[in-house]
Structures are given as C-alpha cells and as structure tokens.
Design a protein around this ligand. Structure first.
Ligand SMILES: CC(C)(COP(=O)(O)OP(=O)(O)OC[C@H]1O[C@@H](n2cnc3c(N)ncnc32)[C@H](O)[C@@H]1OP(=O)(O)O)[C@@H](O)C(=O)NCCC(=O)NCCS
Length: 142
C-alpha cells in the first residue's frame, strides 16, 4: 500500500493537496519541490488510487516533513500513521532528529505527530500568510 512517489503520481497528489489544505501548493511548486535532490516522497495507494502522501527532506542525520496529507474521504483510518511510520522506517539508518511546522489550529496533525514522539519546541508568529496563523515548530529525536 505504501510505495515511493513516481513522477506520474504528481497530478493525483496535487489533486489531494487541493482539497486538503487551506493554502495548497500550486502544481508547478509541487513539481519543483519534488525535483529537489534532498526531497523524497511516498504515497499510500489502494485500488490503484492514491489516498495519501508524504513529502519530506532528508539531509544528513535530519529530516523535515514538508507535507503530509490524507484524502479527506479516507481520514482516521490509519493512513497518516502509516505514512509517517514509513518515513521513519525508511530513513532510520543514521537518523537522529526530525522537524516540522504545523498550524496552531491543526489539532489532527498535532495529534498524529505527538503519537510519534514529536514535541513542540517553538512558535513562529503569523507564519501562514493566508490567515496570519501561528505555526508550532515540532521536533522528533531518536
Ligand atoms: C493530519 C492528517 C494527515 C491525519 O491523517 P489520517 O490518515 O486521518 O491520520 P490517522 O488515521 O493515521 O490518525 C493517526 C492519529 O492521529 C491523530 N488524529 C488524526 N486525526 C485526528 C483528528 N481529526 N483529531 C484528533 N486527532 C487526530 C489521532 O491520534 C489518530 O489516532 P487514532 O485514530 O487512533 O485516534 C489528515 O487529517 C490531513 O490530511 N489533514 C489535512 C492536511 C494536513 O493538515 N496535514 C498536516 C500538515 S502539517
């Protein structure tokens, strides 16, 4: 069900991004991001349809979650959990820490990250330009 992202997934991934985020990435921005050498992605697929994806960056002993989304029709079925577990498993060799930013109001994502041991260590005030919302900075340590 969990597999590496392929270039041909871009349209489907972007469509899920569009219906999931209050300030979704444009297709070109998504494509540019995914083309960066340190950026990796995985998708969770069922019946040939992508239900969720994670985009992250791995540099040395650190990783950063850049985007993690489950299609709105398939939430609360463990897909987000499997995507995050997949990153931690695949990247385990040499991995020491991880980071991410999450909207203060996004209790679903904070709940997921907390399950995996991420802890809040800071706050970026008015970080999100679409609504001026603060970001919580969360960190995972091995
Ligand atoms: C955050 C998100 C990825 C979670 O995906 P999901 O597939 O529904 O998550 P899971 O079913 O694996 O849930 C795992 C755990 O996360 C927490 N969680 C998930 N959704 C939650 C919610 N709505 N409220 C509270 N906790 C929630 C729970 O602890 C849950 O475990 P449980 O179901 O045993 O209680 C999904 O809500 C989403 O795509 N949101 C929009 C995009 C987004 O905000 N991404 C994060 C960007 S930082």
């Amino acid at each position: 069900m969990l597999r590496p992202f392929r270039q041909s997934d871009l349209g489907e991934v972007h469509a899920i991004e569009q219906v999931s985020q209050s300030a979704p990435w444009a297709l070109e921005a998504c494509a540019r991001l995914l083309a960066q050498p340190a950026v990796k992605a995985m998708v969770w697929e069922q019946s040939d349809q992508i239900r969720g994806f994670v985009i992250y960056m791995r540099v040395g002993p650190e990783f950063e979650i850049l985007d993690l989304v489950t299609h709105p029709g398939f939430r609360r079925r463990g897909i987000g959990r499997q995507l995050l577990a997949g990153v931690l498993e695949l990247e385990a060799p040499g991995l020491e820490s991880g980071y991410l930013e999450v909207r203060v109001s996004n209790l679903a994502a904070q709940g997921l990250y907390t399950l995996f041991g991420f802890k809040t260590f800071g706050r970026r005030v008015r970080y999100y330009s679409d609504n001026g919302e603060d970001a919580l900075m969360m960190r995972w340590e091995k």
